[in-house]
Design a protein around this ligand. Structure first.
Ligand SMILES: Nc1ncnc2c1ncn2[C@@H]1O[C@H](COP(=O)(O)OP(=O)(O)OP(=O)(O)O)[C@@H](O)[C@H]1O
Length: 314
């Protein structure tokens, strides 16, 4: 490994060049964690729901590390389990006395770089054992690979079911990053929605369409179970297909169910939701610009900051 570490981007917005976007408090905390963890060689376990950016986080760890000029290889443990023809993690026939365990393997290809094991709990148990041996032996030589792993399932459960070896879990979970769901970093929704709208209108060669008021409300109320991937997909489809001058909730496939299933509550619950909704709408409409948002809402900037903190939107 050579070269100086990249300049630390402690509270970058966005986190270039890895492509992570977001200025909410969880994202700022994440950027700090990435810059600290990037400097080490320890394994990192990144977990969080699907579409929260775990692969981007892994790329950022690699790109900010001294290994950034070396390979970054993504190994999908789920897909490889079902496609034996693909380059394996360990050499085919590994275990036979005349076969070097790493020849022609993904681990060999990742030498001096970083290997990302996606959905690590899906590795077959015999490969988990090989991986454990590899991680234990690493200090003694062989190839030099930094191993990162992601998962979107409850690994404690996977261990209790015997799907994931406990000793491997502790080897991989030296450092830990939790990718926060989009609904818990509501403050980022505005910027991400505008980012994807611009990007996909450019890609489609279509005129950029702004979001209608109803679309803004629907996006603010939606839970985003598929997180940023879901947001990007809905906006890509809407930018391509929206028939009018604006993107409507229906173009995003949103609206009706969220209004019907909205939970009942006390007057205070309603007030709280309305306040959060107003903040979200204005931020969405004005691309996250806080001065404009404060002016439109008729509050001072300190009041806006207080409200954003109260609703965990910054
Ligand atoms: N903070 C973010 N800023 C910009 N784009 C993001 C962000 N988070 C996720 N994305 C985008 O969302 C999509 C999903 O991201 P990614 O593949 O990293 O998620 P993941 O958590 O690894 O998903 P999975 O667990 O389903 O594999 C990608 O297109 C990625 O570029």
């Amino acid at each position: 490994m050579q070269g100086k570490a990249m300049p630390v981007n402690s509270n970058a917005y966005p986190c270039e060049p890895c492509g992570l976007l977001g200025d909410s408090q969880p994202m700022r905390d994440l950027y700090k964690l990435i810059s600290k963890f990037a400097a080490t060689d320890s394994p990192v376990l990144i977990h969080g729901e699907a579409g929260t950016g775990k692969q981007l986080i892994a790329r950022a760890l690699h790109q900010q590390s001294p290994r950034r000029q070396q390979p970054f290889i993504v190994f999908d443990c789920q897909a490889r389990t079902h496609r034996p023809g693909q380059t394996p993690l360990f050499a085919p026939g590994c275990g036979q006395s005349n076969v070097h365990p790493l020849s022609g393997s993904v681990l060999q290809a990742a030498d001096r770089g970083t290997l990302l094991l996606q959905q690590v709990q899906d590795l077959p148990l015999d490969v988990q054992e090989q991986l454990l041996r590899f991680l234990q032996r690493k200090a003694a030589g062989e190839v030099d690979v930094r191993v990162l792993a992601t998962s979107d399932t409850d690994l404690t459960l996977a261990m209790s079911r015997g799907q994931l070896r406990e000793d491997l879990y502790y080897r991989l979970n030296v450092l830990e990053i939790v990718a926060v769901p989009l609904r818990e970093r509501y403050g980022d929704l505005a910027m991400l929605a505008n980012h994807f709208a611009q990007r996909y209108s450019r890609e489609n060669g279509r005129r950029h369409r702004p979001f209608s008021q109803e679309a803004l409300i629907a996006m603010g109320e939606h839970d985003w179970p598929g997180n940023v991937r879901e947001l990007a997909n809905r906006i890509r489809q809407a930018q391509a297909l929206a028939p009018g001058n604006q993107i409507e909730a229906i173009d995003l496939g949103l609206g009706i169910e969220t209004l019907v299933t909205a939970p009942m509550g006390t007057l205070n619950d309603y007030k709280h939701r309305a306040e959060r909704q107003a903040l979200g709408d204005v931020l969405l409409r004005h691309g996250g610009n806080l001065s404009t948002a404060a002016r439109v809402l008729g509050v001072s900037r300190p009041t806006l900051y207080r409200l954003l903190h109260k609703h965990h939107m910054r």
